[in-house]
Design a protein around this ligand. Structure first.
Ligand code: AHG
Ligand code: MN
Ligand code: MN
Length: 341
């Protein structure tokens, strides 16, 4: 096949989304404003990918010298990625407000720009501790609707994950990829670095229900609750234990990368609550980490719980609320959730 033909047969992100505006198989059609919003987010992720790729040559590595509202030291790329997402999205006319891991409270759309009906949440740079060591990192985003007549303050963002109209992440690894759901399954786009476009490379992604691979930061074992210790000990016991099969372990320390592996070949990812900070229900944030990832995982046939409750059913009370996370291959998520009951 000639290059021209190969290019003509390719499905871009725009074409994929426009096909979803036409509504097939009884699915609700994707509103054009939501398509345009997703395209702007995807464009910002492309810009972030180029910044990430500059590394030491672009002076983007290292600490920013500032802290975020959660008491975490910000890396330069946390700040750069946050700025890029804000700048790309503030004037597009599709949003009422934005919220981010890196901002204490919500960012309303400035008065002089048109306002839209959506709310955008993001973790601009996920896996910050990987930046300076050149290991995969990502961006996570979630889109909610701002109900008519509701002021786009913090309260407007406190919706259950079930209300998300779109969610996705970009992974900046050996390949840059964009993973997206608009509630009609999960699609994967790969950034073509020659044409600078997102090209569909996988559609209808499915996570196998069973797995022999798990992801958890084992160094926290002594701080876990009993059900988690029991479950991990059973995994480690392998063939000779109650699960009667050997398990492999992976931990990238960037949720985006760990979830991406699980979408690709199955697995279970866990970041449980632990006794280091007993007042916090976990490390990961519900609204811009757990909810979008859980939406994607469920759309790919997997499951996501906080140990007891389906993550997408949790009623948030705070913008930066934390949550325990167990997600991935359905049968393993069900098993460890069962141990919590
Ligand atoms: P962020 O860089 O946005 O703060 O998120 C990092 C998160 C998550 O991506 C990852 O799974 C986890 O923190 C890693 O935590 P440990 O360093 O405790 O392993
Ligand atoms: Mn993160
Ligand atoms: Mn982050």
């Amino acid at each position: 096949m000639s290059n021209t033909l190969a290019t003509r047969g390719r499905i871009s992100l725009t074409r994929y989304l426009i096909e979803r505006e036409r509504s097939a198989d009884g699915q609700a059609p994707l509103p054009p404003a939501l398509r345009l919003l997703i395209e702007v987010v995807a464009r910002a992720c492309k810009q972030i990918a180029y910044e990430v790729g500059k590394g030491a040559l672009g002076g983007v590595l290292g600490e920013a010298g500032t802290g975020n509202v959660q008491g975490e030291a910000q890396k330069k790329l946390d700040v750069i990625a946050n700025e890029m997402l804000l700048e790309a999205n503030e004037w597009g006319g599709h949003l009422a407000a934005m919220a981010s891991e890196e901002m204490a409270t919500v960012f309303p759309i400035p008065e002089h720009y048109p306002r839209g009906e959506y709310l955008l949440l993001f973790d601009p740079l996920d896996g910050s501790s990987n930046i300076d060591v050149n290991v995969s990192i990502g961006t996570i985003f979630s889109v909610l609707r701002c109900a008519d007549g509701v002021a786009p303050g913090e309260d407007a963002f406190l919706q259950t994950g079930d209300q998300q109209v779109a969610a996705g992440y970009a992974v900046y690894g050996p390949q840059t990829q964009l993973v997206l759901t608009v509630g009609q399954g999960v699609a994967v786009f790969t950034l073509d670095r020659e044409t600078h476009s997102w090209i569909l490379t996988d559609d209808h992604v499915q996570i196998p229900a069973d797995t022999q691979e798990f992801a958890i930061n084992m160094s926290n074992r002594r701080h876990w609750d009993a059900p988690v210790t029991r479950y991990i000990d059973e995994l480690l016991a392998g063939k000779t234990g109650p699960l009667a099969k050997d398990f492999n372990m992976r931990w990238v320390a960037a949720m985006v990368s760990d979830v991406h592996r699980i979408l690709t070949r199955g697995g279970i990812f866990m970041y449980p609550r632990d006794a280091r900070e007993p007042e916090k229900p976990g490390k990961l944030r519900l609204l811009y980490e757990a909810n979008p990832m859980s939406f994607i995982v469920e759309q790919a046939g997997g499951a996501a719980t906080d140990g007891r409750t389906r993550i997408l059913d949790l009623e948030p009370t705070k913008l930066h609320q934390r949550v325990a996370v167990f997600l991935g291959s359905k049968n393993e998520v069900q098993r460890v959730s069962g141990y919590h009951r």
